[in-house]
Design a protein around this ligand. Sequence first.
Ligand SMILES: [Zn+2]
Length: 461
Amino acid sequence: MDLLVKNGTLVTATDTYRADIRVAGEKIVQIGDALEADTGTLVVDATDKYVLPAGIDPHTHLASPGQGTTTADDYLTGTIAAACGGTTSIVNFCFQDKGDSLEHAVNQHIQSAAAKAVIDYGFHAMISDLTPSVVDEIATLPARGVTSIKLFMAYRGSMMVDDRTIIKTLAEAKRNGILVMVHAENGDAADFLQQQLLAQGKIDPKYHAPSRPPRVEAEATARAAALAEVVGASIYFVHVSCTEAVEEIQRARARGVDAIGETCTHYLYFDEEDLDRPSFEGAKWVYTPPPRGKHQPPQMWRAIAGGSLGIVASDHCPFNFDGQKDLGRDDFTRIPNGAPGIEERLIFTYQGVVDGRLSLNRFVDLVSTRAAKTFGLYPDKGTIAIGSDADLVVWDPAAELTISKSALHSSVDYTLYEGKKVRGLPDTVTLRGAVIVENREYIGQAGGGRFIARKPFTSHV
Ligand SMILES: [Zn+2]
C-alpha cells in the first residue's frame, strides 16, 4: 500500500521545513505541499509532529557472546525494541572465534537474523585472530556487503589484539574500502589494575571504574590513531567515554588523521556513582569503558553538540540483572560487561534538544545521518529525499513518559533510565514504507527486516 505522510515538519541533518511525503512501494517518490492521497493510499497525519529519517544504530550486540554468556536479546526482541525507539537499521557485531573464518562468523549472524529481524541489518566483522587466511579474507568482505572491521585493544586473553594486528588490519582495510573500528583501552593496563584491586579484596561493582581509568582509554586512542596515521588509514573509535580520549581524537585530526568518534547514550547520563548503587544494583552500570566522574556527562554533551564526536550509538549489549550480571557477585571482573539502550537511544539523545543543548538537525545527524554516511548506507538510509528508503519516524515532541522497564520492549530485565521523565517520543515508524510501529505499539512482522549490503567506506577528509 502506498503511503502519504501529511502536515508534518520534516527534519534532516541540514533542513527543517513543512512538507508532505509520498511513498510508493519502499521509496520516497515525492516531497511537496498539499499532496493529495490517491484511493487506497494510507495517510499518516503528522500535524504538530516532526518527521525524521529513522534512526541508524551502528553499534549493537544482539545474539552475541560475552564473558561466558549470551546477550539477552536475539534478532527478534532486540529489533522490536529498536523499532519502538525509532531505529530501523542496525549494524551488529559478528565475533570471530579464534581459528574461525570471518565468513563463518558473518554467516551465523545472517542466519540468525533472517527469520527474526523486524528492521534492516548489516554486520561488522570482528577480528580476534589475524591468521594468514583471515588476512586474505579481508579483501572479500566488501563483495559480501561488509565494509567495517572491529578490533579490541582490551580484554587481554580473549579478544585483545596486538599492535601488529592493528596496523596490518588498518593497511589491508584501507586498500579494500573498509573502515576499521577500535575498542580503545589499554588491555594490559586494565588487566593489571583489575588484578591489583582483586588482590586487595576490592570485589564490588564500583571497582570497575578505577580498573580502567580515563588515561587507559586515552592511551589506546592515541596509539591507534598513530597507527592509522602511519598507514594513512581512517579510524573509528567506538564508545568514547571521556574528555581525555576526545582530546586524543582532536590531536590526531589536527595532524590530518581521519579519526571518527562515537559515544553512547549512557555516557551522557551516568557517572561512576551509579556503579556504587546498593544491593549489587551497580552491576547494571558495568559497561566498558565505565561511567566516569560527575563532571564528564556535561562534557560529553558538549562534545556531541560541537562535533568532536559525530555519532551517538547504543552499544546495546544487554545482560539480565538476575542470572547474568550476578555471575560477578563475588568478583566485579566477572560481571558481563554491557547495558541495554537500543530503544532508549533516540529518546534520551533528543532530551538534549528539549534542554537546548542540541539543535534538531544536529540530533538527526547524531542518531541517523552521520552513521549512514560513515557505514555505507547513505543516501538509501539516513535522510529524507526522493529515491531514499521510506524509513521514517513521526516524532511527537509533546508526548511525555516516565521511563520504566515495563514501557520498553527489550527482553532484558532492567533499564538504566528507570524513573526518568522524558518529553518527545517516536509515535509512528515506517520501514521501507511499511508502518511497523503505530502509537508506540509494534505492529510489524518477524523477518520483515532485510540484510543491507553496505557500500565501501570512503573517507570524508
Ligand atoms: Zn560494544
